[in-house]
Write a protein that binds this ligand. Structure first.
Ligand code: ADP
Length: 349
């Protein structure tokens, strides 16, 4: 709140209305009886519930907020300006409000400028959550590394039966941290908009075959069959490196969340203007309450289990962004106990 009394500005009502009409922020002017004498269109839209015409209405009828009321009273009574934060409960919109005295037609008035901060505040929350998630995700493997280093220092290094096992736990956790950091860097690079796609026509069946080759050992460990159902002559226009990244993430998940002896099937369909590439598994499926959130960064349906099987919680967020970079989208359909199908759809060129 400003301590010094602001100079009242004297301007005519017509000039004021013209200025208000060209202002994007919400502006309200009240007279000495705290009734609205002028407002602009953004204010009428933001605060005129159910088409309420704001003019001549009491400020307390338009916005019920004690701090705001006091700020306008200060401007009228003490001719002092104030800054307050306002939260409109219906709709959860937030504003930084500057209230100042103003003279109109020789009469004291008060004017309030409402700068909307809803979006900035939401981004700030997302940023804080992101930082807290990263810290949490890094702390778990780091704690484990420190514990095993300590065990080695305390004599474990001489323990010929276990010292190699301790080292391998340290290595596994260090690798986990590296994967996590690589994924975070990759995601932030894509989200920054600095990544562009290099679209080329490629033979999809061969690209899928290469990824199957890379992941076959992992699938083999759990006797999961990887099936390439893409037609030999299927050609799609895509950034090959990014396609590899998307399909590797999806197939890797389809293996991780599958049952022993299950299968993962890749297929392709051209539907009108779009190419749809699907990865279908015979795994546990995803509960409906998680479906809408699994593409969010760090979201996992079963946190402890997903971490145990080596996930960062960032894979699907990366796929989502990469699909969008192509002007496309990734979707999922899933039946509990039957399996899930992830489909990347991109425009056919
Ligand atoms: P993670 O590194 O945990 O695999 P992702 O972003 O790739 O992170 O996936 C987020 C979550 O979505 C997973 O933890 C899991 O709960 C769920 N999920 C992803 N793919 C599948 C799938 N094929 N079947 C069942 N659940 C899946």
């Amino acid at each position: 709140m400003s301590e010094t009394a602001a100079e009242a500005v004297a301007i005519g009502p017509n000039i004021l209305q013209k200025i208000l009409d060209t202002t994007r922020e919400c502006v309200l002017v009240v007279d000495a009886s705290l009734r609205v004498s002028n407002c602009n269109v953004p204010a009428a839209v933001a605060f005129g519930r159910d088409g309420l015409d704001l003019e001549d209405k009491r400020l307390s009828e338009v916005i019920r907020d004690l701090d705001l009321h006091e700020a306008f009273q200060r401007a009228l009574g003490e001719r002092a300006s104030s800054d307050i934060r306002l939260k409109i409960h219906a709709g959860g919109r937030k504003f930084d409000v500057h209230v100042a005295p103003i003279e109109l037609g020789g009469e004291p008035h008060a004017i309030g400028f409402f700068y909307e901060t809803t979006q900035i505040d939401r981004l700030e929350i997302v940023r804080q959550e992101f930082l807290s998630n990263i810290s949490h995700e890094l702390r778990t493997p780091l704690t484990s590394i420190l514990a095993f280093v300590e065990t080695l220092e305390d004599g474990g290094i001489e323990d010929a039966e276990n010292n190699r096992r301790f080292l391998s736990v340290i290595r596994r956790n260090a690798e986990r941290m590296k994967t996590l950091i690589d994924d975070i860097l990759e995601l932030s690079l894509i989200e920054s908009g600095k990544v562009s796609v290099d679209i080329r026509e490629i033979a999809l069946a061969a690209a899928v075959g290469d990824i199957i080759g890379t992941l076959s050992a992992k699938a083999g460990e759990r006797e999961i069959k990887l099936v390439n159902n893409v037609a030999d002559d299927a050609k799609i226009a895509v950034d090959p490196v990014r396609l590899d990244q998307m399909l590797t993430n999806l197939i890797d998940n389809a293996i991780k969340f599958n049952r022993t002896g299950g299968s993962v099937t890749m297929s392709h369909e051209r539907t009108g203007e779009r190419d749809a590439i699907s990865v279908a598994d015979t795994g546990e499926g995803i509960m409906p309450e998680h479906i809408g959130r699994i593409f969010e960064r760090f979201y996992r349906a079963d946190r402890s289990r997903a971490r145990e099987i080596g996930g960062t919680g960032l894979g699907l967020a990366i796929v989502k962004h990469l699909a969008r970079l192509h002007g496309g989208e990734v979707t999922v359909s899933s039946t509990l106990g039957v399996g899930s199908t992830f489909t990347v759809e991109i425009p056919a060129r």
